[in-house]
Write a protein that binds this ligand. Structure first.
Ligand code: NAD
Ligand code: TYD
Length: 359
């Protein structure tokens, strides 16, 4: 075990080497020098310490490599560090992978969450004052919307993919521990995130990578699926807001107020990349290829974020055009990051998902 820091708020962030987690870790390490941030991450294919090299040496930051599925390890960790706060992001997060390997999602997202809840409960039961388990979840737990309507915190859960079902189960475990043991929790359910450091299996970074490399852009089905996109640092700020100002025992929906059909978003991305790569207008969009649809593909997600806005005063700050442009710039400026994460296992995944293509 590494040094533990006395007389400070000990904050455990799980999954801090992943996409959203790395932005959350950076946000807390840089904005709250009085807290000590412990980043627990198993460094799966999606976790990358390169995401955090700018904060790795900060005094209020410690990285711990470990797996939330490993009960003895988790128990020992909580006994030793006695974390006051858990911000739980570690998860298997990609819907397509959940269709191929659902058990990985049940093991990490459901059992892994239960292991953290058990450890947190064991060390703090009867002393929960000032403690907090902040569980980071997704809007996908609510299922799929038709053309109208928005997900509210009161919308009944109706998860449709193994990923969504595993996250829904983990949310419900958190609530059950509150009801049964008095565990102090908050839950956030957020819409689709985008921004720097997202693993290029998700729509936006995958398509940026493919356009750069003149590879086909595999659009599932007719492309008329709708997502509500939020820039990742706006999500990190929302988590900060809920952590500091949210009420124990409450759920907050977080969204970008920014709905796009996949095909419109892809055309915008194509336009931006043609411009930034100095290619003739229309070059990237020629790569658009409609492919077989995702099984059980959710039609539309959209968030009613009025609770976090009205009660806690959080609003997204980044416009989509600005955010997308910043994201594209980041990927174009960080070709080594992309090269590192797309070597080896990524190639095998890509060939299996989309078929082999000439480079
Ligand atoms: P990600 O896949 O980029 O990162 C997940 C991180 O968790 C990785 O660093 C990985 O190494 C780590 N991890 C996985 N299994 C682990 C285990 N068993 N033990 C310890 N660490 C483990 O995911 P992300 O997109 O950053 O999502 C983070 C969280 O936010 C997830 O809980 C996800 O459900 C939720 N979320 C994501 C989005 C989105 O659009 N990406 C939207 C809403 C909510
Ligand atoms: P994704 O980034 O996987 O997020 P989620 O499924 O969690 O919303 O996908 C976003 C949308 O893009 C979703 O409707 C599926 C679609 N999509 C494609 O059309 N092609 C692809 O290759 C990928 C990865 C996603």
């Amino acid at each position: 075990m590494k040094d533990k820091k006395p007389n400070t708020l000990n904050l455990l962030i799980t999954g801090g080497a992943g996409f959203i987690g790395s932005h959350v870790v950076r946000h807390f390490v840089t904005n709250y020098p009085a807290y000590h941030v412990y980043n627990l991450d198993a460094l799966t294919y999606a976790g990358n310490l390169e995401n955090l090299k700018d904060v790795a040496k900060e005094d209020n930051y410690t990285f711990i490599k470990g797996d939330i599925k490993d009960i003895p390890f988790i128990d020992e960790l909580f006994d030793y560090y006695r974390f006051d706060v858990v911000i739980h992001l570690a998860a298997e997060s990609h819907v397509d992978r959940s269709i191929t390997n659902p058990n990985d999602f049940i093991e990490t997202n459901v059992l892994g969450t239960a292991n953290l809840l058990n450890a947190f409960k064991r060390i703090w039961i009867n002393h929960f004052e000032g403690k907090q388990f902040l569980h980071i979840s997704t809007d996908e737990v609510y299922g799929s919307l038709g053309k109208t309507g928005l997900f509210k915190e009161t919308t009944a859960y109706d998860p449709q993919s193994p990923y969504a079902a595993s996250k829904a189960a983990s949310d419900q475990m958190v609530r059950a521990y509150a009801n049964t043991y008095g565990l102090p929790y908050k839950i956030t359910n957020c819409s689709n995130n985008y921004g720097p450091n997202q693993f290029p299996e998700k729509l936006i970074p995958l398509f940026i990578h493919n356009i750069q490399n003149n590879k086909e852009l595999p659009v599932y089905g007719d492309g008329q699926y709708t997502r509500d996109w939020l820039y990742v640092t706006d999500h990190a700020k929302a988590i900060d807001t809920v952590f500091h100002k949210g009420k124990i025992g409450e759920t907050y929906n977080i969204g970008g107020l920014n709905e796009w059909t996949n095909i419109d978003l892809i055309h915008l991305l194509c336009e931006q990349l043609d411009l930034k790569l100095g290619r003739p207008k229309g070059t990237a969009s020629k790569l658009i290829t409609f492919v077989k649809d995702r099984a059980g593909h959710d039609k539309r997600y959209a968030i009613d974020a009025s609770k976090i806005q009205d009660e806690l005063g959080w609003y997204p700050e980044m416009t989509f055009e600005q955010g997308l442009s910043k994201t594209v710039d980041w990927y174009l400026d960080n070709t080594n990051w992309l090269k590192n994460v797309t070597s080896g296992a990524y190639q095998a995944y890509y060939d299996k998902m989309y078929g082999k293509q000439e480079d």
